[in-house]
Design a protein around this ligand. Structure first.
Ligand code: PBG
Length: 340
């Protein structure tokens, strides 16, 4: 008898009962640390020339290349799901060495921005600032003697950002990884009168295999070599923090870590160290992994997707750029309804 009492007392003293707060859905809701919301999502859109084009992207099931006349309907759907922002990527009519359509006043992205701001003014339109979709060689800067020339690329990137702001872009997002581009873009925007246009810099963008499906979608694979002379080595986390710090010094308003899943440590360290809003790009290959696994029938797509997005938010991302945005928004809303 004495033995029994001692055992009971000892057991309550030596372990904690975490399960007390996991007993019911309502208790779990009360103590949840990370609350995912569709208001955090940014949805990527691929825009192409032509009329009536809605072409499914083979490498990204459920994602489409759209012509500008399709954008009004798309924006309406996003807003009705509670998704407030898109990031635009363009498929130009022609490519050349200098990526001219990136900064052409009637370039495909500039046209798309004007359409969206006219048809859905409430939607925040972010534009990706880069040259790789527009250059014949597929690199993110100007090629001089077989190398990507940093300083010559800056002027064109700044010009691209200004032309996007002129078209009405709400935020510009440089993804090229040239050194000094945030400073160059900030001063060009300010000189052109766009002092109120924020920059969301792809600050810690790693040379990743997970961009593969995007390059198929945007037709932006490099024609020679790879991007390792400008995008970061996946092995480097401390350098990622230095890149972020430099972009903050140069005047970025939002910093980004990309991709998300293999770099959750970078997101978490950036969250501890910096007070700016942090974005994470849940990239094309990360999306495809979930889709392909779900298609196999062995992965619960809804739970896996929401777990991925929650993990990115838990690591410290405020903003999540994701191809899952629409389905996740639907699932988040239906969950609320289910729970009453
Ligand atoms: C352009 C750019 C890329 C992505 C976003 N902007 C491709 C790349 O750097 O090769 C990747 C997005 C994705 O994979 O979803 N520089």
């Amino acid at each position: 008898m004495t033995t029994t009492r001692t055992t009971t007392r000892t057991s309550t003293q030596t372990f904690r009962r975490f399960r007390r707060l996991r007993r019911t859905e309502s208790l779990r809701n009360l103590v949840r640390e990370t609350r995912l919301s569709q208001q955090q999502f940014v949805y990527p859109l691929f825009v192409t020339h032509g009329q009536g084009v809605k072409r499914e992207i083979a490498s990204l099931p459920g994602q489409y290349q759209l012509s500008t006349d399709q954008l009004g309907r798309e924006a309406e759907e996003l807003l009705s799901l509670g998704i407030g922002a898109v990031i635009l990527f363009g498929l130009p009519a022609e490519k050349d060495d200098a990526g001219s359509e990136a900064y052409a006043p009637d370039g495909i992205v500039q046209q798309a921005v004007r359409t969206l701001k006219r048809e859905a003014p409430a939607l925040t339109v972010i534009t990706d600032v880069c040259l790789c979709e527009y250059t014949s060689h597929g690199h993110c800067g100007i090629v001089v003697d077989g190398e990507i020339d940093n300083d010559q690329s800056l002027a064109l990137l700044a010009r691209t950002a200004v032309s996007q702001a002129e078209a009405g872009a709400d935020v510009v997002a440089p993804s090229d990884m040239m050194d000094g581009r945030v400073a160059a873009i900030r001063s060009a925007l300010d000189d052109a009168g766009f002092t109120q246009t924020p920059i969301m810099a792809y600050s810690a963008k790693h040379a990743s295999a997970f961009y593969g499906p995007f390059r198929e979608a945007a037709g932006s694979a490099p024609a020679f070599g790879d991007r390792r002379s400008y995008q970061m080595d996946p092995a480097n986390g401390r350098e990622a923090l230095r890149e972020i710090e430099a972009d903050i010094e140069e005047g970025t308003d939002i910093v980004m870590v990309k991709p998300a899943l293999p770099y959750l440590d970078v997101i978490a360290r950036a969250r501890e160290r910096f007070d700016l809003p942090i974005a994470a790009y849940n990239v094309s290959g990360e999306y495809l992994m979930v889709k392909a696994a779900a298609q196999s029938g062995f992965l619960d797509e809804r739970h896996a997707t929401l777990e991925v997005l929650t993990g990115i938010a838990r690591a410290g991302a405020d903003i999540i750029i994701t191809y899952h945005a629409k389905e996740a928004a639907r699932w988040l809303t239906s969950k609320e309804v289910e729970r009453g």
